[in-house]
Design a protein around this ligand. Sequence first.
Ligand code: APR
Ligand code: PHB
Length: 399
Amino acid sequence: MSAALRTQVGIVGSGPSGLLLAQLLHLAGVDSVVLERRSRDYVLGRIRAGVLEQTTAEILRRARVGARMDREGLVHRGVELCFGERTQRIDFSPFGASVTVYGQTELTRDLMEARDALGGKSIYEAEDVAIEGVTGGAARLRWRKDGEQHLLDCDFVAGCDGFHGVSRRSIPAAELRTHERVYPFGWLGVLADVPPVSHELIYSSHERGFALCSMRSATRSRCYVQCALDDDLREWSDERFWDELRTRLPAEAAAKLQAGPTIEKSIAPLRSFVAEPLRYGRLFLAGDAAHIVPPTGAKGLNLAARDVDQLATALIAHYRDGRDELLNVYSDAALRRIWRAERFSAWMTSVLHRFPGRTSFDRAMQIAELDYLVGSAAARAAFVESYAGTLAVTVGAAT
Ligand code: APR
Ligand code: PHB
């Protein structure tokens, strides 16, 4: 056993939540150590979300990791929705809103490089991380690396270790309520070096199921089709994927679709999940460790950034001013914001996907919802508020 390390905030997980928290704390003079189960390359190899709200972009700039995003990110002022035979653009401009398309993989790289530049400590391939003492006077993290046991003493633990992490599981079941909806389908996603079908995102609600055309750059597409949860990836050749996507797009977009070899292909299940409360003694949950949204609303990464900004502000107030009000309201304030994003994500999912056992009435309701959305200025305003994340909220603390 090596001698115990000591830090102020022990951060479990080196995804966007853990890395952004470490960065915000570091800039305010609060010390942290990040513990990650996987290797750095593995974390950087994951293809995840790609749409940043304006507030997320501002948090990243404040964290001094916005330079490449500002250079290479694609600013979008609208999205296209397709349903029935119709294609309608929802224009964000009347609401002064925009989003930036910038891959989570790139953001993770920027955060890792920023941490290296500031000399922050991250420990990769930390196995069997265990969280102890969070209801007592000090917390302790234990892990194994290279066959040796290691210890980290800290004041607080930030559980940023995603849905399958150890942090949420460290809270006794009697202290935690969870709320979950598992959807009866998944998304088959591909990444390919072909130009995007359109310069904006296309969300399509088709008879055969949902489809989404997104991108990572002017030459790289990120596209998805709704699939069965038990679909076998080996049965989805590149050709079959592009054919299915083409079928689910309106004629004009389908004609522009360029097929090409895929760089990555995977199936992800869709889930809505919230754990509460987000605090257990000295342990705070943030990001996917606390909640999951189905990707339809593009909220996951944005929620994580806001959780972490709020938690960083609260921890900084503790160390700088000796004030704990923000730590005390973290859970309640974050949960109100989280439930709003859960609502929007579940709604987007329900109107755009093909659910098993759907009746003609259910389909007509979806079309009526989408028809109302594109036809009503009030409905479009509400959509943009949630999609672009422009809703201003005051819940007794920074949200
Ligand atoms: N010990 C240490 N690290 C762990 C453990 C563990 N027991 N379990 C998981 N981890 C690591 C994972 O390997 C991963 O690198 O925690 C990290 C969690 O990262 P993410 O899953 O990316 O979660 P988060 O950082 O909250 O990111 C927000 O928003 O767009 C969504 O799902 C998308 O990942 C994205 C999320
Ligand atoms: C993506 O680009 O990966 C993406 C975009 C929008 C979504 C989900 C994923 O709603």
